[in-house]
Design a protein around this ligand. Structure first.
Ligand code: FUB
Length: 328
């Protein structure tokens, strides 16, 4: 099954795809999305509707070549520690191997992050027996810095359970901070040389406003919700993420992948559907945003489709806001 990519259009239409993490491996574009399923189960703020149970890998030689679906590369039934809800994954490369990082609920219903390994960027991936020790919540985003150090940012509110880990342990009834208290940020940890464990304990990423104050939990236009992504442009680190309840993709800039970051503005205006999730990748001379919306299912929130658009920077390094529907 293959289709030609077009900006602002679904990348594939034969399956529902979401949460695209995109990397260039061996000069080819690889897309690691979630695989949304049709079902008639419950829909709620806990995210039960996002019922995914496997991953496909998509790839394309460039933006003029067909999108290839490499098929199922990992299924939840093959992951000993995981029970359900394989949400947004990411991938990375080190020392001749490819690593697929993915969140899922364990057999106690707690989200953890696992890793699976392959000799090919297109999989299939062989999962580790256990989740990454010390991992929790959702949306792993793996960033390899120029010095070879690899970092994982992760975390998501609500169904992603980030609020439940404020004490360092899982507290099922825990709620988020008060509206005027500092917002919860994503977590970040260094990955070990073998990519299978955390080298350092996850720590909170702080996102500041331009006056140097932490964004507050009530600042829903700007505070972190889920879906972190790290990239580097002109020597600066960019942390981008979804604002969840206000449905935007926004970004902040810092001098270290561990933060702190200073909030800058909006990358993508709200799309059709509740969730918004993305990645940013350079391919040859240009930069691209990959994201999803629910246009393929005419607005069914848990049946999403991956799209892309070119991303441009202003001379001062700020990102030009993208309208997801430029022909509207
Ligand atoms: O796809 C399931 C969840 O929805 C992801 O983990 C979140 O980022 C949101 O896109």
């Amino acid at each position: 099954m293959s289709t030609l990519p077009k900006p602002y259009q679904p990348l594939v239409t034969h399956i529902y795809t979401a949460d695209p993490s995109v990397h260039v491996f061996e000069d080819r574009i690889y897309i690691y999305p979630s695989h949304d399923l049709d079902h008639d189960g419950p829909i709620n703020d806990n995210g039960d509707q996002y019922k995914m149970e496997d991953y496909h890998v998509l790839s394309m030689a460039d933006f003029k070549s067909p999108v290839v679906d490499h098929g199922e590369v990992l299924h939840v039934k093959d992951v000993p520690w995981a029970a359900s809800q394989m949400w947004a994954p990411d991938a990375s490369y080190k020392n001749g191997k490819y690593y697929l990082f993915f969140p899922a609920r364990d057999h106690d219903g707690i989200f953890r992050i696992g890793v699976a390994v392959s000799s090919s960027p297109a999989g299939p991936f062989q999962p580790e027996e256990q989740y990454i020790s010390g991992s929790f919540s959702i949306d792993p985003a793996v960033f390899a810095d120029d010095d070879g150090q690899v970092y994982m940012a992760f975390g998501g509110l609500w169904g992603g359970q980030l609020e439940k880990w404020q004490t360092g342990s899982f507290v099922d009834e825990a709620e988020g901070p008060a509206p005027d208290a500092p917002a919860l940020g994503p977590k970040i940890a260094k990955l070990s040389e073998d990519m299978l464990t955390f080298e350092s304990a996850p720590r909170e990423v702080v996102i500041l406003d331009k006056a140097g104050n932490p964004l507050t939990a009530g600042d829903e236009e700007r505070r972190y919700f889920e879906g972190p992504w790290l990239h580097k442009y002109n020597g600066k680190y960019y942390l981008s993420y979804s604002t969840g309840t206000t449905h935007k993709l926004v970004y902040a800039i810092g001098d270290s992948p561990m933060g702190p970051f200073t909030f800058q503005g909006t990358i993508l205006s709200p799309v059709i559907g509740w969730t918004t999730h993305h990645s940013i990748v350079q391919f040859r001379e240009k930069w691209y945003l990959f994201y999803h919306d629910c246009s393929l299912s005419e607005g069914v929130d848990y049946k999403r489709c991956v799209k892309y658009a070119e991303l441009t920077y202003n001379p001062d390094g700020t990102i030009c806001t993208i309208d997801p529907y430029p022909e509207r």
